[in-house]
Write a protein that binds this ligand. Structure first.
Ligand SMILES: NC(=O)c1ccc[n+]([C@@H]2O[C@H](COP(=O)([O-])OP(=O)(O)OC[C@H]3O[C@@H](n4cnc5c(N)ncnc54)[C@H](OP(=O)(O)O)[C@@H]3O)[C@@H](O)[C@H]2O)c1
Length: 297
């Protein structure tokens, strides 16, 4: 088998597409799962291949996995336990690599904009909020897949910023905060906005995926960050960059109307603050971008 074949779920997305492009440039053969037929041609134009189908289609995934030696799962969402279970069942006993994308909202509480500068590392046991508990269980399940003959690795990105290099250029949180701020006419934060999120640039995250693929031990988990900001600091910068009114607090209730309860509480009003020193030390990861404030425009 060609040792350089990678199958990516979420290849049309921000993280998956950016990882795919870097893998292609590095010499890997990349195929990805695609939901919309028109995206196959769009991927081909980037030199990538797409397979049309559904993340829950066992026969299709079996074929895709048997033709690859690495699977990178970036399809929304990190909470899809059925997809996680299916991928592990199909990979069990193969010794192949599974890089699974989680998300650092698992670190958040219901801060409602209050400060909480507790900084997590991977070895601190989590006591997640109920709403995030299944995501933590999924991560643990993926890590335990190492005992079933899968070289499983979990990556936990924080707030990712910067332009994607695949089909989807924009991330999730910062663009959503900018859109809402423009709607309101001022930079928006929730409650005091003193809640802190770790963050990192998409290109640094992509490098981490490649290093993890090459070097990580089976069953490992890595947080991904290279800096942090409070939501209020982001709002002040957004006001400045887009020449909006002075940054102002919005209630978490209004945030809930805009982003849904989980989005408002765990995407914007919580703290999600961690260290990625483990990735730096164990994998030799050297992120280059350190300032989210350069990327608010
Ligand atoms: N961006 C961040 O800052 C960030 C931070 C931490 C964690 N994460 C997590 O990382 C993952 C990827 O994030 P992203 O920013 O790349 O998201 P994204 O740009 O929205 O991409 C999501 C991808 O998943 C695909 N997808 C969605 N539902 C699917 C389904 N049922 N079956 C197959 N494919 C499906 C989408 O396909 P279509 O193109 O067809 O919609 C797209 O390719 C998510 O789990 C997200 O929660 C992201």
């Amino acid at each position: 088998m060609d040792a350089k074949k990678v199958f990516i779920t979420g290849i049309t997305g921000y993280i998956g597409g950016s990882v795919a492009m870097k893998l292609k440039e590095t010499g890997y053969h990349v195929t990805g799962l695609v939901r919309k037929p028109e995206d196959i041609d769009r991927l081909n134009a980037l030199g990538l291949e797409g397979v049309l189908g559904n993340i829950h289609d066992e026969q299709l995934l079996r074929r895709c996995i048997s033709g690859s030696d690495t699977v990178i799962h970036t399809a929304e969402s990190a909470d899809d336990s059925f997809a996680a279970g299916l991928l592990v069942d199909l990979l069990a006993g193969t010794g192949k690599t599974l890089v699974f994308t989680s998300g650092s909202a698992i670190l958040g509480g219901k801060e409602k904009g209050e400060a909480n500068d507790f900084r997590f590392t991977e070895d601190i046991p989590l006591q997640p909020q109920l709403e995030m508990a299944s995501r933590v269980l999924v991560n643990q399940f993926i890590q335990r897949a190492a005992t079933r003959g899968v070289r499983s690795i979990v990556i936990v990105p924080t707030m990712v910023y910067g332009k994607g290099t695949g089909l989807k250029k924009d991330s999730i949180q910062l663009p959503a905060l900018i859109r809402f701020s423009k709607e309101k006419g001022h930079g928006v934060y929730f409650g005091k906005g003193a809640n802190r999120w770790s963050n990192l640039h998409i290109e640094d995250l992509v490098d981490l995926y490649l290093l993890a693929m090459e070097k990580a031990k089976p069953g490992s988990i890595y947080f991904a960050e290279n800096g942090s900001a409070t939501i209020r600091e982001l709002a002040v910068k957004i006001s400045d960059v887009f020449q909006l009114g002075e940054a102002q607090s919005v209630s978490v209730e209004e945030g809930t109307k805009q982003f849904g309860a989980i989005g408002a509480h765990f995407g914007f009003a919580s703290s999600s603050y961690c260290s990625a020193d483990k990735a730096r030390k164990e994998l030799g990861w050297k992120p280059e971008f350190a300032n989210i404030m350069d990327f608010t425009n």
